[in-house]
Design a protein around this ligand. Sequence first.
Ligand code: 2DT
Ligand code: MG
Length: 185
Amino acid sequence: MAQRGLLIVVEGCDRSGKSTQCENLVAQLQQSGNNAELVKFPDRTTQTGKMIDSYLQQKSDLDDHAIHLLFSANRWEAMKALSEKLNSGTTLVVDRYAFSGVAFSSAKGLDLEWCRNPDIGLLTPDIVLFLDLTIDEAEKRGGFGQERYEKRELQIKVRDEFAKLQDDTWKSVQREGSTRHLGCH
Ligand code: 2DT
Ligand code: MG
């Protein structure tokens, strides 16, 4: 039987370079002879993903709890396929996961423990790489985009919420201009 692949999650605020670093990591892993694939949440291509996309683009409105549960459902529906890939030896590099779910919804004011519940039982990451960047630096990188959460005040709160979620599986990667301590903007 193939050796199980690793579940590597990459988290961070907007503009922290997650997507670029995820692509680099997948390419590096492949070049060194590993099976590796990129996974991104939210997956905007599925039915739940289309509702999420419309919400993020501010084309539709949803209750904060309802959208939180949709983000979670968007992960749950992918678990079987991802589990099979890991079991067949493919390493998965995941651009955002349940930590983003909790950080964004709790930054909006929902109870942190309530936010954690729907994701309990998802595949557990082997490592979480947190790309840390101050919000000032993030803004210098060309500013935030037009989507619902791409606003300075919310991003500051999200970074503080991420700091509450760190545990032993996290490795914080200091990006240019960030301090060593989370929670400083
Ligand atoms: P991208 O810009 O990376 O496509 O993310 N989000 C993401 C949540 O609020 N909850 C979640 O569970 C996830 C995975 C973060 C789109 C936005 O969606 C937010 C930014
Ligand atoms: Mg975005």
